[in-house]
Design a protein around this ligand. Structure first.
Ligand code: ADP
Ligand code: MG
Length: 680
């Protein structure tokens, strides 16, 4: 068996791991030795506190050395078995419920000395311990620190520690993949030593030591190697240049009614440069909500159309696709043929649109992911734009990039500002354009919190806003009332507000049919009504500059970044705007903290960082759904220095092509080898 085969063995190969234990672990996705190795102890239980019975403290974990004196097995149902033990200072009773006599006699043999650890009680003048788990004739097995792992129900600490110890005893020494220079940063800790050290209870929670950092670095490096390989592969693809005359910004600025910001122009230039180059573009455009990404993408799209290619513009929701479509109809000349295709498009229309796409009669098609079905065949696709799709993982992105063929450029857009280290690990396969500044005259959205019971005050506020000719979003978590979840529904809120505001209220959610959806959106845009009650379908992308108030019910239910996204629906025009977060009951400390962050800042970058500190980076932004694996050890916030170091190392590796072989073992450890084989 080679070293990797050892690590990839099934846990059932170990002593004490039967089918039952294995199947419990399997549910947690723990199958092999390797899976165990990378699960770190969370803390430990200290059992080194050896005391005399007379000094036992109630309810505190203590360890005693005693001699077994007497069995008391009543042989009556429901009465526990008891074993009396003592030391020079007193007596203790071990009480067993539901345990077999044979088992008890084995672990507590008469007249022998044993070490027992646990929490003790004092009952009828005697010290007692119920169902003690830490008993041994060898005191050194008990008198130590015992690792605590987050355990699945059905697996005891003992069983789990036994598994780990067996694996660690025979842990192979792997050939070193890190360069000498890098290793120096970690005091030359080898992989094997590092693994053993992170499982030493004395080191539980220590993330600052060299052995921990070495392992975290390994993990970061392996993920960056994968990205580097994908980038390299994409960069090698040669395409036909797109030849177009740069339309002067003026022409557009007249139609859209504003000047592009510097960052919009800068990023547009980067994109145009890629479009007209010989290499395929694979780029992400990042910018906070409201930074104006759409227009940049649309101008790029028109350039591609002018160079003779088709464009596919994909949005995460049908509503957003529709909005982009409506905007394009407004700003592009009639010569540009545009279509909208979503899963909700009626069949007969769908056929016509698909036909037009196939015959090059459509220049730009807007849609949801339904754009990428097999039956949709583009005549001459040259550009794919994907809006707000951070839920795509590496494989899906690569799939998209392949879909259009070599001549097809790809642009992703994302409003989720994340720290650079995280960008590196999530979008490391792409080139990056960032819009940092927001359009001028933007004002901060004022944020308030209100109890649901004070809805009267909110209604009063809304009336005042409507009198000033303003519009309001009113967001509810549910469409209809639910027996299971106690949240406000659009239906309930509509019934309530309708009585007050009559026809000035409307509802929009995923179940509204197409025709109505378009009508509602248009009516809201044209100010035919003032309050739009909706679910979070308006969360991403939706743009109604005249709306300046957003009210969010059950705000507790949403994450910070999501609230920031929702809030980003207002504050797009030049008016003062506000966001009211509604709560059912008084706020918990944690909720208060979150609200403070939102009140304090309108900066998505800051908010996502704070969100990460509160919840961990994997939980936010829906990255978990994307197949982007959570790091096991590395942390994009804590280990920024390691990311920078890894980035440098990657450059060195890229310059020296052959050196990759050395990293194969590393890639295997982090389950990346397969991705490389798949993708490259
Ligand atoms: P996001 O980056 O969140 O996708 P949008 O593209 O939806 O932002 O733009 C947000 C709002 O800002 C829209 O109403 C858009 O018309 C407006 N906008 C975009 N660029 C500018 C600009 N340079 N000056 C003023 N308003 C702008
Ligand atoms: Mg957008």
């Amino acid at each position: 068996m080679n070293k990797y085969e050892y690590l990839l063995q099934d846990l059932t190969k170990l002593k004490g791991v039967g089918r039952k234990t294995a199947s419990i672990l399997k549910k947690k996705n723990i199958n092999t030795f390797l899976d165990i190795i990378f699960r770190l102890p969370e803390s430990y239980t200290d059992r080194t506190n050896l005391v005399n019975i007379s000094n036992l403290q109630i309810g505190k974990i203590s360890t005693i050395k005693v001699v077994v004196r007497k069995y008391n097995f009543p042989r009556v149902r429901n009465l526990p078995n008891k074993v009396i033990c003592d030391d020079n200072t007193g007596k203790v009773e071990c009480v067993f419920f539901n345990s077999f006599e044979g088992y008890i006699k084995k672990i507590l043999p008469l007249n022998k000395e044993v070490t027992i650890s646990g929490k003790f009680n004092y009952f009828r003048n005697t010290y007692q311990i119920s169902n003690p788990k830490y008993i041994s004739k060898e005191s050194n097995l008990i008198l130590k620190k015992h690792n605590k792992y987050s355990l699945t129900e059905g697996i005891t600490e003992n069983v789990y520690n036994n598994i780990i110890n067996q694996i660690l005893i025979n842990l192979p020494k792997l050939d070193e993949w890190l360069s000498d220079e890098i290793l120096k940063n970690f005091n030359n800790e080898s992989w094997q030593d590092s693994i053993i050290k992170i499982h030493d209870p004395n080191n539980a929670g220590d993330t600052k030591s060299n052995f921990y950092k070495r392992l975290a670095f390994d993990e970061i490096l392996s993920s960056l190697i994968v990205f580097s390989q994908i980038r390299k592969k994409i960069k090698k693809i040669k395409k036909k240049r797109k030849i177009f005359k740069n339309i002067s910004n003026n022409t557009f600025e007249k139609k859209i009614g504003f000047k592009l910001t510097n960052d919009q122009s800068k990023t547009l230039n980067e994109i145009n440069h890629d479009l007209s180059s010989r290499s395929k573009m694979f780029r992400i455009l990042q910018g906070d909500v409201g930074s104006g990404k759409t227009i940049v993408a649309l101008i790029a799209a028109i350039n591609v159309v002018n160079s003779g290619y088709q464009v596919a513009f994909m949005a995460p929701t049908e509503i957003l696709a529709r909005q982009h479509y409506i905007l394009s109809k407004k700003i592009f000349s009639e010569e540009v043929n545009i279509s909208l295709l979503t899963s909700k498009t009626e069949n007969k229309d769908k056929k016509i649109i698909i036909e037009k796409i196939k015959n090059n009669k459509t220049n730009i098609v807007f849609g949801t992911h339904s754009l990428f079905q097999k039956k949709i065949i583009f005549n001459n696709l040259g550009f794919i734009i994907i809006d707000e799709q951070h839920k795509f993982g590496v494989k899906q992105r690569k799939g998209l990039s392949d879909k259009g063929g070599n001549n097809c450029d790809v642009l992703l857009m994302s409003a989720t500002p994340i720290p650079r280290t995280l960008t590196m690990t999530i979008y490391g396969d792409m080139d990056l354009s960032i819009i940092k500044e927001k359009p001028k005259f933007r004002k901060e959205v004022k944020t308030y919190s209100k109890l649901e019971s004070k809805i009267n005050e909110i209604v009063k506020f809304v009336k005042k806003e409507i009198n000033n000719n303003n519009q309001i979003f009113w967001v509810c978590p549910l469409i209809a009332d639910s027996k299971k979840i106690d949240h406000v529904s659009t239906q309930k809120r509509y019934d309530y507000l309708k009585k007050i505001f009559k026809n000035n209220v409307n509802v929009l959610h995923g179940n509204v049919d197409n025709e109505n959806k378009e009508k509602i959106l248009n009516d809201f845009l044209n100010k035919r009504f003032s309050i739009l009650i909706s679910t979070t379908i308006i969360e991403v992308g939706i743009d109604f500059p005249n709306a300046n108030v957003i009210i969010i019910e059950n705000a507790n239910k949403f994450g910070l970044s999501q609230l920031h996204q929702l809030r980003g629906r207002v504050g797009r025009g030049e008016k003062d705007s506000s966001c009211i977060l509604m709560f059912k009951s008084n706020l918990s400390e944690n909720a208060k903290k979150r609200i403070q962050i939102l009140k304090k800042s309108n900066d998505g970058f800051f908010i996502s960082e704070e969100d990460m500190k509160l919840r961990g980076y994997g939980d936010i932004l829906g990255f978990k759904q994307s197949g982007v694996k959570n790091f096991k050890l590395a942390d994009p916030i804590q280990n920024e220095d390691l990311f920078v170091l890894a980035e440098k190392e990657i450059k060195r590796i890229e310059e020296n092509e052959k050196s990759l072989i050395k990293y194969k073992p590393l890639l295997k450890l982090y389950d990346q080898a397969e991705i490389i084989n798949d993708l490259v």
